[in-house]
Design a protein around this ligand. Structure first.
Ligand code: HEM
Length: 297
C-alpha cells in the first residue's frame, strides 16, 4: 500500500480509511472502526475465534491444557502434511516433478515443526501425566483419522484401521477413499517405470489398498539411480523422500520416548500394550527400498 504524502493529512479521509501516520503519531495505525461488521478481515480468514475456543480440558489439572493444545497443533500439522503429500502424489501422476519436489520440501519443513512440538510433552513424569490421564478415558491418538491418512499416503495401508472411525461418517469416508487410492510411494514407482526403470509389473499393478511390501527389484532400481549422477533429478527426488521418511521416523521415536517417560510399560488408553506396541510401529521403515538400496551403491 502506498504511503500518504505529508500534506495529505489536510485532505478529508473517507470514513473507515486508515489514518495517515502523521495524524496518529504511530507508525502503524490500524482502522479500529469496524463499523457494522461483526468480525474482522483477519477473523474471516483465520477463524481464530473458532480455533481458540476449541480447548475443553476434561480435568482440573493445569497441565492438561498443553497436552490438549499440543495434540490439536499436531492434528493441524498432520492436515497440512496430508495436503502436501496429496499435492506431490498428484503432481507425480502428471509427471510434474518440480511441483512434487516443492510440496515434498515444504512437507519436510512442516515435519520439522511438527516434531519440535513434542517439546512441551517430552519430559512428563508419570505423576504429571496421571493427573489427567484417567480423564482421557479410552481416547487415544490411535484414533486420529488425519494421522492414519498420513500413514496411508506413505503406503502403510490397513483396512482394519478404518474400524475405530465407523461412527464418524466423514472421517470414515475420507479414510476409505484414501485406502483405495495409490500412495505417494506408488506414484513414485509409477513415475520411475514411465521413465524406463524396470519396476516389476506386479508392483505397478498391486492392490493399492494393501500395505506396501518392499521389493528387491525396486531396491535395485534405486541402487542404479543413486549409482548414477549425484545431480540427477531422480536422486534429488530420492533424497527429498528420504528426508520425509527420516522425519516421520523421528516423530514416531519422539512419541515412543515421551510415552516411555510418561507411563512406562502400562497399557495405552486405546487398549494397546502401550510402549511395546509403539516400539513395533517405530521400527517400520518409510519408503523401505530408499534405505536398503544404499548398501548396494
Ligand atoms: C506423552 C503423551 C502421550 C502418551 C503417553 C501417548 C501414548 C500413546 C500410546 C500408549 C499409544 C498406543 C495406542 C494406545 O493404546 O493408546 C499411542 C498412539 C498414538 N498416539 Fe500417543 N501419546 C501421547 C501423546 C500423543 C500426542 C500429543 C499425539 C498427537 C496427535 C499422539 C498421537 C498418537 C498417534 C497418532 C498414535 C497412533 C500411532 C500408530 O498408529 O502407529 N500421541 N499414544
Amino acid at each position: 500500500m502506498s504511503q500518504p504524502s505529508p500534506t495529505a493529512s489536510t485532505t478529508p479521509r473517507a470514513a473507515g480509511a486508515v489514518p495517515a501516520p502523521a495524524e496518529t503519531g504511530t507508525p502503524f495505525a490500524p482502522d479500529l472502526s469496524i463499523g457494522s461488521r461483526h468480525t474482522t478481515p483477519y477473523e474471516d480468514y483465520v477463524q481464530a475465534g473458532v480455533l481458540t475456543h476449541l480447548q475443553h480440558p476434561l480435568s482440573d489439572d493445569p497441565g492438561e491444557m498443553v497436552f490438549l493444545v499440543t495434540t490439536q497443533v499436531m492434528e493441524l500439522w498432520f492436515t497440512v502434511i496430508v495436503h502436501e503429500w496429496q499435492t506431490a502424489a498428484e503432481a507425480l501422476r502428471c509427471d510434474d516433478l518440480p511441483v512434487a519436489m516443492d510440496a515434498l520440501k515444504r512437507s519436510a519443513h512442516e515435519l520439522t515443526a511438527l516434531n519440535a512440538s513434542w517439546q512441551p510433552l517430552a519430559r512428563l513424569t508419570p505423576t504429571q501425566f496421571n493427573a489427567y490421564r484417567s480423564a482421557l478415558g479410552e481416547g487415544s491418538g490411535f484414533q486420529s483419522a488425519m494421522y492414519r491418512r498420513m500413514e496411508f499416503l506413505l503406503g502403510e495401508k490397513s483396512a482394519a484401521m478404518l474400524v475405530p472411525h465407523r461412527g464418524a461418517p466423514r472421517e470414515h469416508a475420507e479414510l476409505a477413499k484414501a485406502l483405495d487410492e495409490p500412495s505417494l510411494w506408488d506414484e513414485v514407482l509409477r513415475l520411475l517405470a514411465r521413465r524406463g526403470h524396470p519396476v516389476p509389473d506386479a508392483v505397478l499393478r498391486r492392490d493399492p489398498a494393501l500395505r506396501y511390501e518392499p521389493d528387491r527389484a525396486v531396491e535395485a532400481v534405486w541402487a542404479g539411480i543413486y549409482a548414477g549422477s549425484g545431480e540427477s533429478e531422480l536422486v534429488r527426488l530420492g533424497e527429498a523422500l528420504t528426508d520425509v521418511g527420516e522425519l516421520v521416523w523421528r516423530w514416531r521415536n519422539d512419541h515412543l520416548v515421551a510415552t516411555r517417560r510418561a507411563m512406562g510399560a502400562k497399557m495405552g488408553t486405546g487398549g494397546s500394550a502401550g510402549v511395546a506396541w509403539l516400539e513395533k510401529r517405530a521400527r517400520k521403515s518409510v519408503f523401505p527400498e530408499l534405505w536398503t538400496a544404499r548398501s548396494y551403491v
